[in-house]
Ligand binder design. Structure first.
Ligand SMILES: [Zn+2]
Length: 158
């Protein structure tokens, strides 16, 4: 009986701790792993805030918001190709928006920030946070809107 109660208490403590904490990006499952200091030397403060702390840049502030050159968008942190310019559309939201991605290179998780459940998207190679995916994209293609921070991306022309 005592053992059972103790067991229950341990479980409750475990659940209690984890439900309060903001869900961190799990980093040990990615091919590229760096320490906080290593990322800080590679990324600017703003890039670190977005990619490693799941921040969001101000709407309409990003360099790729109104940007329609032909080419490929890759992860700013590790150069993995993520989106093609053919996937991009003007959503009017103030962030670069894509209706699909380069298959296999993006991972998904759920976050409950802002008191709503959203699908978080990140680079599958380094775990860098990219933005979120919503279901209000163009109906004539995928219906998806990948809403991405410009600061998470780097662009190369074809
Ligand atoms: Zn990456």
């Amino acid at each position: 009986m005592l053992n059972n109660n103790l067991y229950t208490l341990v479980i409750l403590l475990f659940i209690g701790c984890h439900s309060k904490a903001q869900k961190p990006i799990v980093t040990n499952e990615f091919a590229i792993q760096k320490t906080k200091d290593e990322w800080k030397t590679k990324l600017t403060d703003q890039e670190y805030y977005i990619l490693r702390e799941a921040g969001t840049e101000r709407a309409f502030s990003g360099e790729y918001n109104k940007f329609y050159k032909k080419g490929t968008y890759s992860c700013k942190a590790c150069n993995t190709p993520l989106f093609k310019s053919d996937h991009k559309f003007d959503s009017g939201t103030g962030w670069p928006s894509f209706d699909t991605n380069i298959k296999g290179n993006i991972g998904y998780s759920t976050d409950n920030n802002l008191r709503q459940t959203r699908s978080e998207i990140h680079c599958n190679t380094c775990g860098g946070h990219l933005g979120h995916v919503f279901n209000d994209g163009p109906k004539e293609t995928t219906g998806k809107r990948y809403c991405v921070n410009s600061l998470s991306l780097t662009f190369k022309t074809k």
